[in-house]
Design a protein around this ligand. Structure first.
Ligand SMILES: [Zn+2]
Ligand SMILES: [Zn+2]
Length: 338
């Protein structure tokens, strides 16, 4: 059980975030944004194994690499490609899909489901390669609760819209479902002899069934109550291209939303001294990012999406500015910024 992640792309260049939610028996790969060249470090099989592609917004630096993703996945068999983004995504992808010449598509597999998130609902449409993506097959609008846009067996994704100059940028929070395990301490103090029956406690066996333990027949529900313990799953938040001001309602909403998150992956576009420029362009400064992580009580802060206007030395200084507010603020380990 883990949420593995990797920032794709170099410092100062376009970046994307690749996430793998690993439950121990299944792995789900998620990609957040798709900047130019970001997929170059992945093998084709890795690009083809991405189940969900989430976009924060559609400024060029977040979507310029989409053609590479599309080229590897346009006719993916069996598992649909699921794309998520803010309002307008369905029309945008409809145009993008159709901006190629299609003449050998009629027998090709390939299904794409594009969804656009709004405050309390998600709209979706299906597109098929065999139709050359000409029709958007609209799905019923789905109401959402507390921003949860996706709920799978192993994890959920919630979305929060953030202000980015005069548009919105969607932030995403991936959360593993709670872990339910047999407590070794409870098992030891119960005096029950461990055996294959333990497996029945965490599979789909009904509570009313019985298992034989120590020569006695005991209800599964009773054993679950005595022996199972629940611990919260891990979580990861991805926030990019936004500008919020401390103490405002927007700020407090974000602090609450990401409160206690294990890993916060956040833009760090501008140095603290460029606050007015950051404000003008709808971005955060290093000190604000550190303050946000500190107030939200996250465990780890990872800084990405740095402006190329700065030198490597200035990036290192920005990290220090974030670290003054949140000890341990770091760049992705593969960036090697001293
Ligand atoms: Zn942007
Ligand atoms: Zn950007």
């Amino acid at each position: 059980m883990a949420i593995d992640w990797k920032i794709l792309g170099a410092p100062g260049a376009d970046n994307s975030l690749l996430v793998a939610v690993n439950s121990g028996h299944a792995e789900s790969r998620l990609l957040f944004d798709c900047g130019e060249g970001c997929l170059n470090s992945l093998k084709p099989s890795e690009i083809q194994s991405i189940r969900h592609l989430f976009f924060s917004h559609y400024h060029m630096d977040h979507v310029s690499g989409f053609d590479t993703f599309f080229r590897h996945n346009y006719n993916r068999p069996e598992i649909p490609v699921q794309v998520w983004g803010p309002a307008g995504s369905i029309e945008l992808f409809s145009n993008r899909f159709r901006s190629f010449t299609w003449n050998l598509h009629a027998d090709q597999p390939g299904e794409w489901i594009v969804r656009e998130t709004e405050k309390d609902s998600v709209r979706g449409a299906r597109f098929f390669t065999r139709e050359a993506f000409t029709s958007a097959h609209h799905l019923p609008v789905v109401s959402t609760e507390s921003g949860t846009i996706l709920s799978e067996a192993e994890f959920s994704v919630t979305c929060l819209s953030l202000p980015h100059h005069n548009i919105s940028s969607s932030a995403y929070l991936v959360r593993e479902k709670d872990h339910i395990n047999v407590s070794p301490q409870a098992l030891a103090s119960s005096g029950l002899i461990p055996g294959p029956w333990l497996q029945r406690l965490t599979d789909s066996t009904p509570d009313g069934d019985s298992v034989d333990v120590n020569g006695k027949s005991i209800l599964v529900g009773e054993l679950r109550r005595d022996l199972l313990r629940t611990s919260p799953g891990l979580s990861l938040a991805y926030l990019t291209d936004f500008c919020i001001t401390p103490s405002t309602k927007e700020w407090c909403d974000v602090v609450e939303w990401i409160g206690g998150t294990n890993t916060l992956i956040c833009e760090c576009q501008y140095a603290t001294s460029d606050a007015s420029l950051a404000q003008r362009n709808g971005h955060m400064t290093a000190d604000r990012v550190g303050q946000l992580a500190n107030e939200a009580g996250v465990e780890t802060l990872v800084l990405q999406h740095l402006s190329r206007r700065y030198s490597e030395g200035e990036w290192a200084k920005m990290r220090s500015e974030a670290a003054e507010q949140f000890q341990g603020a770091a760049f992705p380990p593969n960036w090697n910024i001293p």
